[in-house]
Design a protein around this ligand. Sequence first.
Ligand code: DHB
Length: 500
Amino acid sequence: MQRRTVVKGLTAAAAVPAAVGLASGTARAATRTAATDDSLVFDPAAYTEQAIAITDTAGTAHDVVYRFYKVASYVANPVDATYQSLNVSVPVSIDGTAVDASGAPILFANSVGGYMPSSVSGRTGITATGMGGGTSRQGLALAAGYVVVEPGARGRTLVDSAGVYYGTAPAAIVDLKAAVRYVKFNKGRIPGNVNRIVSSGVSAGGALSSLLGASGDSPLYDSYLAELGAAPASDAIFATGAWCPITDLEHADMAYEWCWGSNPLGSGAQVDRTISTALSAAYGDYLASLKLSAKGFGRLTVRNVDDYLLKTFMQPSATKYLAALSDADRAAYLAANPFITWAGGRATFTWADFLTHVGARKKNTPAFDDFAMASPETNLFGTGTTRARHFTLYSLRHANGDSARLDADIPAKLHLMNPMYHLVDKVNGSRAKHWWIRLGTKDSDTSHTVAGNLSARLTALGDDVNTSYYWDAGHGADQDPGDFISWIAKVTGHRSRPKK
Ligand code: DHB
């Protein structure tokens, strides 16, 4: 467990007249909300001022001065503050012009990957560099004048000295919710508009980001949050950004075989046909049970969901890609990929040809609840001193026989981890209403139906959904990071304000 440390400000807030607006807001908030624990009260004066050069998506470098806050823990009773802590970055000036971020949107950027633990406690400034070496989403947001909150969260591999796994489901989502509650509890003290929190995450982080958006203020998490001493506040967020979300885990094996069942493994070998076919066949019943519909397609079933994915996402993705190429490059691409028909500025092709074009599937079958329990997800559903467990009846019974039953706690934990539960089984009115969903067309870490179903359901619920697939891109791609930053301004109604 980590000792609480607060980095004291290099610049006293009181010495900066520009901070006065914030200070008076602080006083009001302090009298309005009776804190249950002083450790959960954000100290606006506890920052270091830092300068950083941030290159935007147009390639222009910006000199950004920002206040960097380290919050030792966002819960009163941390299990492990190394993970249950967060950092806040607040722009002060951009290219020498003072900015007022007091009403700015808050990018709530998780850095979860693989459902592993993620910590920001060792960081001494904003994470301005992304995975690929370019500017991170956090960096772009800061340079756009937004407040950036970077929460850590427990993850599946954490184990204590007694051998107890303390970061398995639902720890990561409970932690992210607790971090949101901390931010919202500190309204008026923490800079930015706490009612305009925009979550972001990639892969397992994208799954958690969509779950955070879908499950806002669900009472199902209350007991877990109470145990941690989470701040008494809402955990609903305004908007969700999710890149290649690895979610709907208990149906992901079936969905994977429906999508990639006929694609070979990297070795060129086919997966076990009996298992693949059984799982794929079971997907039809699941999809039907969702009762999804999409404009122009009606009820989505296994008879038309390929066409839905093809026409809604894959063909427009290829069209956008090809339209942006020079005539010579487009001609070369089309010559190398004769399965695409290019006519009237639009790309068309069949679903079968698209699958062949993607080529090798990334995972064997079952892709998630694998028989050997070597997958991240079997570990995610571990508990106590048990590292990994089966979380689908199919894999459990394959291992233990037809009368085997899932452990009694598994169904509830699956609900706690699945955004679809909060959008279909129990439609959550407190969910985020703005959604940015992105995925590479060559990403076979999960079925294309996972994002497709999420998008269809949210759209049918009337939410503002911006879903797009990056053509030929693989797992973790983000090809329009600047557009996401502009989208945040649009959906939050934010206009950057120079400081008066
Ligand atoms: C991630 C990727 C996976 O294929 C998976 O099953 C879980 C998580 C990830 O990149 O976060």
